[in-house]
Design a binder for this molecule. Sequence first.
Ligand code: GLN
Length: 311
Amino acid sequence: MNEFYHTMNYKKLLVEIYNEVQDLNLKGKTADYIPELSNIDINKFGLSLVTVSGEIFSVGDACEKFSIQSISKVLTLAMVYPKLDEKLWQRVGVEPSGSSFNSLAQLEWENGIPRNPLINAGALVVTDIIRSLYENPVAEILSFLNKITQSASITYNEKMAESEINHSSRNKALAHFMKSFANIESNVFKLIETYCYQCAIEMTCEELAKAFLLFANHGKNIYTNEQLLTLSQAKRINAITQTCGFYDEAGEFAYKVGLPGKSGVGGGIAAVLPGKFSVVVWSPGLNDKGNSSKGMKALELLTTKLGYSIF
Ligand code: GLN
């Protein structure tokens, strides 16, 4: 790692990145297929980095809540993986899909077994498992998040959830299709409801970076000292986010950033440098693959300036 940044406070690095990215004036569009998301102020931009020893560095709108959307998929995966262990992979694969997050095409060829847990189809299977494990699945997800971040205020945005529930034909199609292969147990409407509430959870960059410390710190929660994932499970979740977290832009993210990471159509990206830190960036302007334009650039600058990635 570049000595300068190794010995420096990360704050200076984040400020530098923040200013450089703002100067580039990158464009992007808010996601409009969920109407409530298109109302978000496109100029928001925040960055937070939390080290495995718990130091927090933030710039910009890092303490404002935003819709975590697909970033939630990694967190629900972290809830079910320790319960099912390797049996989980009978219902969902671990291969990158190379197609968009809500694609239907592969499912038919692959008999209703989604390629990985981070595309919508795979995340729906994970949420289906959460529904069969817990009586109140949404409350359980919120309590997991509040526990791992030592927070009490993490919850969902009701309007956002309803907005997505009312525009979820595609996710319903994915769920119905998988149900025809007996890979979904829940009632499809109930499953979509749970999934939309999960996606409508709002967190700040700081809160989300604290949650992702679990993956940066080899499965051990730094606040409670609990080993919530085995070393192997934490390593494998990082492998999946590295190869599948950005859908058909996973190669680009690996090439330019080189960290396991996950994006969401709310404009957030969470990434980790295992053993060192987790980092979250939020900017709602998305590129044409549905990933935050400024977020991608900010993380590219981060690993470039550090001279360090997982590679
Ligand atoms: N809730 C969104 C959906 O299912 C999440 C997609 C995303 O963030 N990529 O379409």
